[in-house]
Design a protein around this ligand. Structure first.
Ligand SMILES: [Zn+2]
Length: 399
């Protein structure tokens, strides 16, 4: 019985890894790999994210977009000071900047909403407090602890992405809170698919269409996760009602409420480094006191969750590129790094094992090191990895 369960666990995988191109290539302009799900490369070997960055810098009339944004705010702004926009907010540099600018520059009345990460870091919690203290109302949505732990483990073992379940919570909580308060506008940051390389279907959309949510953001639907959790022994008799923290309200209800989701980055030129300076100045945001994060050179992004480094580590295992590649690619596109500097940073830091938080990760998932490494090896793709002299090596690296 137990063997059968283990066998089932090994068979289930992230459908995205099955769709990867079998020849690994890197963008000739940034350092991104063609293994990034949904990214495309053109005939010059340039990735879709670089093309989008070029388009943003040269073709978009940002003054016109700003006027569009003002018109949007005018349509939703409350006259009596009641909440008129929900800002999904981790207390990080980007969401803090958006909430602050909505209030200070556009006269909006934001309610910020955080879906609690699995294990708060000290710096993440302090940044969130500093943000709230800077003058923001805030709702913290915490999922049921035992269910969240079990589903995080399931997400890691079955899909190689322990945040699969967190992402659902993070994506749906702001809409549930908005619906509860009768707020009709939810303001997200950037269109990640366009900015970092992914599907370009929504590049011209001010927000993600409702019917695309499931397809773009999640690997697996919630009913399936629920039944797998029970079948494979992660939970006993879990029901969809126990998973309400991860559910988007029915889309028909959201439409009926007239609720709209928009990307701040559609209307404003999105530069993460500038958000860092803005948040440091206006909402008391602090970079990591320990210097750079493991797996990259950056010290100001994704600080709030102690398990986060394993998201990037598993990305490195599944796709052959890690956190440093993502950071460097974006900074090359913004003109803050040359490609040569980016390549050097990637070769130095990409895929570095998150030693500092390994015990936190194992503890939270309640797994031992053997299970961890078995799961890691399950997600190594043959066209990306080769084993030489007892060590795993990437077949292709950016150069
Ligand atoms: Zn590129």
């Amino acid at each position: 019985m137990e063997d059968q369960i283990e066998k089932r666990k090994l068979e289930i995988t992230d459908r995205q890894v099955l769709e990867l191109p079998q020849d690994v290539r890197f963008c000739t302009r940034c350092v991104m790999s063609n293994q990034r799900p949904r990214i495309t490369f053109d005939e010059h070997g340039v990735c879709s994210a670089c093309r989008y960055a070029e388009y943003k810098q040269s073709k978009i009339d940002w003054d016109a977009r700003r006027r569009e944004f003002i018109a949007l705010c005018d349509r939703f702004r409350s006259k009596d000071g009641s909440y008129d926009v929900v800002v999904p907010c981790s207390g990080g540099k980007d969401s803090s900047t958006i909430a602050h600018r909505l209030k200070a520059e556009y006269g909006m009345h934001p309610l910020s909403v955080t879906f609690s990460p699995p294990v708060y870091s000290d710096i993440g919690w302090k940044n969130l407090r500093r943000f709230i203290d800077a003058g923001f109302d805030h709702v913290l949505v915490s999922p049921r602890g035992d269910v969240n732990r079990a589903l995080t483990r399931l997400s890691f073992e079955l899909y190689g992405d322990h945040n699969e379940i967190f992402d659902r919570g993070q994506m749906s909580a702001p809409f549930r809170v908005a619906a509860q308060h009768g707020i009709r506008l939810v303001m997200y940051g950037e269109n990640g698919e366009a900015e970092y390389g992914g599907s370009s279907n929504y590049n011209e959309c001010p927000g993600l269409p409702w019917d695309a949510f499931e397809k773009v953001y999640y690997s697996e639907n919630l009913d399936k996760i629920c039944s797998l959790a029970n079948e494979l022994g992660y939970t006993k008799s879990l029901t969809l009602n126990d998973m309400s923290s991860y559910r988007l309200p029915p889309i028909e209800d959201l439409r009926k409420l007239g609720l709209e989701m928009h990307w701040f980055g559609y209307y404003h030129h999105w530069i993460p480094q500038e958000n860092y300076y803005y948040a440091a100045k206006n909402t008391g945001f602090h970079a990591s006191p320990e210097g750079r994060m493991e797996g990259t050179y950056s010290k100001y992004a994704q600080l709030d969750d102690l398990t986060d480094a394993f998201l990037y580590y598993m990305m490195f295992i599944k796709y052959g590129f890690g956190r440093c590649t993502s950071d460097a690619a974006h900074e090359i596109r913004d003109g803050h790094l040359t490609r040569e500097e980016g390549v050097a940073l990637v070769r130095k830091y990409d895929g570095e094992f998150p030693e500092k938080t390994f015990h936190v990760f194992l503890d939270y998932l309640q797994i031992d090191e053997g299970t961890f490494w078995r799961t890691v090896d399950k997600f190594r793709q043959k066209h990306i990895w080769t084993r030489q002299d007892g060590e795993w090596r990437l077949r292709a690296q950016v150069s």
